[in-house]
Design a protein around this ligand. Structure first.
Ligand code: FES
Ligand code: FES
Length: 164
């Protein structure tokens, strides 16, 4: 008879502020932040793309700065603040970026949109009047297969103007 080795999965108690709410949960230590958000917190707005740090669909904000959640182990950000796309609107009021993306058709299939919105939000919080090149640079890590990017850049400019 074949010997079977049963390995216990090591788990950690993870404490994070997620979209302004304190969350505490027991998660397998090997899971990425992307997996924890989607599978353990049901925050499926954060999209699963390449898992290699190349596409940007999994972008979330950690303490206000964009991070690729497929490359982050939750233990690395214990106690810190995470924002996902679910945290952008206030109740029924959309964030100006969400409004401008919808108005200008800057989201087509929408798969890249959550990551792009969060990268753009981080930019606009640091720089209220970014140039077109600065917007391009801030979004350089977020790939979009549908839009050709022009409408995305227009939408970020429109939101920046409305937020000033
Ligand atoms: S899924 Fe994280 S960068 Fe592609
Ligand atoms: S809208 Fe489809 S990938 Fe960007």
């Amino acid at each position: 008879m074949r010997d079977e080795v049963t390995r216990e999965v090591e788990r950690i108690v993870l404490v994070l502020d997620v979209n302004g709410e304190r969350r505490e949960l027991l998660v397998p230590v090997h899971k990425t932040l992307l997996e924890v958000l989607r599978e353990d917190m049901q925050l499926t707005g954060t999209k699963h793309g390449c898992e290699l740090g190349e596409c940007g669909t999994c972008t979330v904000l950690v303490d206000g700065k964009p991070e690729l959640s497929c490359l982050v182990l939750p233990i690395q950000i214990q106690g810190r603040a995470v924002m996902t796309v679910e945290g952008m609107a206030r109740g029924s009021e959309l964030h100006p970026l969400q409004e401008s993306f919808a108005e200008l058709g800057a989201a087509q299939c929408g798969y890249c949109t959550p990551g792009i919105l969060l990268s753009a939000r981080s930019l606009l919080e640091a720089n209220a009047r970014p140039s077109r090149d600065e917007i391009r640079e801030a979004l350089a890590g977020n790939l979009c297969r549908c839009t050709g990017y022009a409408k995305i850049l227009d939408a970020v400019e429109m939101a920046a103007e409305r937020m000033r």
